[in-house]
Design a protein around this ligand. Structure first.
Ligand SMILES: Cc1ncc(COP(=O)(O)O)c(C=O)c1O
Length: 454
């Protein structure tokens, strides 16, 4: 490091740990900007299971950042890999050029994915992975001579990021209603949240597999020959942790197979160990045709996403003149060297520390701990699977989401605990490195907050 760089780095360090004087210029995403800026929740650094806030408090991370830091914060192996890569090859294109890392990474990823999803297309985020998978599905049918299959089917309460494809197949009203007509030719299956029948279920809910048959209704309405793909989160996170009833995903797969419809699992949250296997597809024993991922792929350390495709889909494109580009799609940063280095190091950590098994090993303890909150005031449902959990609270009479936000905010300031709130649902998805003491601490602090917010 040159002497002239040192003050600049020191300056950056100081800026990263001190609260900024002005907050106005940053238009924050998915944030109540005016409310936040009156009382900012600012994080300065992180290590392992903890953040440190700019006011010096140690904050227990109950959400792995935003469902992404599965290997814990600041893992030295990942940090060093990124540092080394930045100094070796900062950037190289992957359009008609290449560098070794995305090839090496794709091979490793293909080994983790269920058969026959052995091909990897890189993106930079979950939203891009979703739009990529939807485009691959449409193009796949076209290259096979079934270009009339253009309809896409999502689900109510689905979250598939914020691209126009993702919000079109998504089913969260506020993410849709501001943005015009979106993609044409999209329909939605019903969601599977049914508190009346399944409230306080431990693990997968028993009731609701028959909701998968709604797909037959949509096939009867539109005709299978017009439908390209169904996209589903095996476990949905953003809408407040909605679980698939026992047998539901299998039934969806059967109906897709019967009608030649591609099945896309959006595993942006469930991928990389969240539910006890590398992918939820493996945990549930249901294999889709495409899998979208991001988040845990690079431990959130450098933005990266990936779409996994079956050999049948990939090979369908590998026809025609050898000099012809097979898929007119990609991003400047697809397979970015820093992201690949981060992902390769992340996979080392997952394997070396056995983190994909953690959700199985700790699942029963996690389940017991979260369900112990059942009798706290205003708790109307508790849901859990793998190392995912949700505590749903009754809305305050003054409006939906107020109680959830208050719990989230008070947990941060009064209990040094980071949770997520979606409306009145408190969602949890800790780094997979946690132990039983962390679990106790998370739920002690959350219980204290829920009591205080009664
Ligand atoms: C299932 C799912 N798909 C897509 C996305 C979008 O990912 P990103 O925010 O990286 O674009 C998310 C983000 O939470 C997600 O949960």
């Amino acid at each position: 490091m040159s002497a002239s760089q040192t003050p600049a780095l020191a300056d950056l360090q100081a800026q990263a740990t001190a609260a900024p004087e002005h907050h106005d210029a940053f238009w924050m995403p998915f944030t109540a900007n005016r409310q936040f800026k009156k009382s900012p929740r600012l994080l300065a650094s992180a290590e392992g299971m903890y953040y440190r806030s700019t006011d010096g408090r140690e904050i227990l991370d109950g959400t792995a950042g935003l469902w992404c830091v599965n290997a814990g914060h600041g893992h030295p192996h990942i940090v060093q890999a990124i540092q080394k890569q930045a100094a070796t090859l900062d950037y190289a294109p992957t359009f008609q050029m290449g560098h070794p890392l995305p090839f090496v990474l794709a091979e490793r990823l293909a080994k983790l994915a269920p058969d026959p999803l052995k091909h990897v297309f890189y993106t930079n985020s979950g939203s891009e992975s979703v739009d990529t998978a939807l485009k691959i599905a449409l193009a796949y049918h076209r290259v096979r001579g079934e270009g009339q299959r253009t309809r896409l089917i999502g689900r109510e309460k689905g979250y598939h990021g914020v691209g126009f494809g993702g919000i079109s197949v998504g089913g969260m009203v506020n993410n849709r209603k501001f943005f015009g007509p979106m993609l044409p030719g999209v329909d939605h299956l019903p969601h599977t949240l049914d508190i009346a029948r399944n409230g306080f279920s431990r693990g997968l809910p028993a009731h609701g597999a028959e909701l998968a048959n709604e797909l037959e209704r949509l096939v009867a309405l539109h005709d299978a020959s017009t439908i390209a793909a169904v996209i589903i989160e095996p476990v949905s996170g953003s809408a407040g942790v909605v679980l698939p009833p026992e047998g539901y995903l299998r039934r969806i797969r059967e109906i897709c197979d019967k009608h030649g419809i591609l099945l896309i699992f959006d595993e942006v949250i469930t991928g990389f160990g969240r539910v006890g296997e590398a992918f939820a597809a493996q945990r549930f024993g249901v294999v889709p045709d495409l899998i979208t991922t991001a988040k845990g792929l690079s431990n959130g350390a450098v933005p990266m996403g990936a779409v996994f495709a079956t050999s049948a889909i990939h090979d369908a494109f590998m026809h025609g003149p050898e000099g012809a580009i097979e898929l007119f799609h990609g991003y400047t940063y697809s397979g970015h060297p820093l992201a690949c280095a981060a992902a390769l190091a992340t996979l080392d950590v997952y394997e070396g520390e056995g983190l994909f098994q953690r959700a199985i090993e700790l699942g029963p303890y996690w389940e017991q701990a979260i369900h112990a909150l059942k009798d706290l005031p205003n708790v109307v449902d508790i849901r859990n699977f793998g190392l995912v959990g949700a505590v749903e609270l009754a809305a305050r009479p003054e409006g939906a989401g107020l109680r959830g936000y208050e719990v989230f905010n008070r947990a941060f300031f009064e209990q040094n605990l980071m949770v997520r709130c979606t409306g009145d649902v408190i969602a949890l998805s800790p780094p997979l490195i946690l132990n039983k003491e962390h679990i106790d601490r998370i739920f002690d602090r959350l219980a204290a907050t829920i009591r205080a917010t009664a």
